[in-house]
Design a protein around this ligand. Structure first.
Ligand code: ATR
Length: 272
């Protein structure tokens, strides 16, 4: 039995073990997946010990994704762009391959689970932190007409736009000076956690707008509620992204792509 874990601090409420052990059962892969609490000041030591004691791979969550990026021996292109790592895989020579599956998870949830077309579409992204940096390359690969990044601190949005300008049409602004309307609006701020809504103009929504909140919870998020109240066609929360980034990590480790629909359904039911 191969051993995997999700490492974070705090970690006890992580849904990753349920998701990954369900994938293992479904695919018949012989693995067990648990949680791993790392001390805030010794992420690296915790990872080394886990690997030395036979661990095959890790998922990395808050607040260690940037630590994992710095610790990696080898980074995938998407992890390099993200400057953050959520998946570590022990290679046959003992080194660690570091990847970031968050953006691929978001894109798969949008395109495959929700049939959202990205090519040629106008996309607005709210926020300019690690979560947003992590998804920009996979989104730009789908060749949208353009991406506008709006952030409370405009300079951080400008930096992101500059860093990804070689991959497609991307620009930046502050919340109050967003111009025009968008086919897809993605909330990547942590404002929802505080129950707050970024102060963006309602004119960003048109009759066919889809909104996507990277957050999820048992109730509609503040952002998606705002979008519904202002006429968005469809609102989606981040539960699917959570499950799809996990499936993508499973694929990186095992070379087998699990099916996600049933796992998503059981997480939804759990929350009722
Ligand atoms: P994460 O890893 O979740 O992206 P982060 O790097 O700390 O975390 O980024 C948090 C993002 O949410 C930032 O874009 C932040 O805006 P600032 O760059 O101006 O700090 C945004 N954010 C957090 N709280 C917010 C709020 N109450 N309203 C609007 N934006 C908020």
């Amino acid at each position: 039995t191969d051993l995997y874990a999700v490492v974070g601090n705090p970690i006890s409420h992580s849904k990753s073990p349920d998701i990954q052990n369900a994938f293992a059962e479904q695919t018949g892969e012989d693995l067990f997946y648990k949680t791993l609490l790392a001390p805030l000041d010794d992420f690296e030591g915790e990872v080394r010990r886990f690997i030395e004691h036979g661990g095959s791979g890790l998922n990395v969550t808050v607040p260690f994704k940037e630590n994992a990026y710095r610790l990696a021996n080898e980074l995938t292109t998407r992890a390099k762009r993200a400057e953050a790592v959520n998946t570590l895989k022990k290679m046959p020579d003992g080194t660690l391959l570091a990847d970031n599956t968050d953006g691929a998870g978001l894109v798969r949830d949008l395109m495959i689970n929700h049939s959202v077309v990205l090519e040629g579409k106008r996309i607005l992204i709210l926020g300019a932190g690690g979560a947003v940096r992590g998804v920009l390359q996979p989104l730009l690969e789908q060749q949208p007409a353009g991406i506008v990044i709006a952030n409370r601190t405009e300079s951080k949005a400008q930096t992101l736009a500059k860093d990804f300008a070689d991959l497609g049409r991307i620009s930046a602004c502050g919340f109050t000076d967003i111009e025009g309307s968008f086919d897809l609006i993605i909330n990547g701020t942590s404002a929802s956690l505080a129950g707050e809504m970024p102060p963006i103009p309602v004119s960003v929504i048109h009759q066919n707008t889809t909104t996507y909140d990277m957050m999820y919870g048992s109730n509609t998020t503040v952002f998606n509620q705002w979008a519904e109240d202002h006429g968005a066609l469809r609102t989606i929360d981040g539960l699917g992204m959570l499950v799809e980034q996990a499936a993508e990590a499973f694929y990186v480790w095992r070379g087998v792509r699990p099916q996600t629909a049933r796992v998503m359904q059981s997480l939804r039911n759990e929350r009722r």
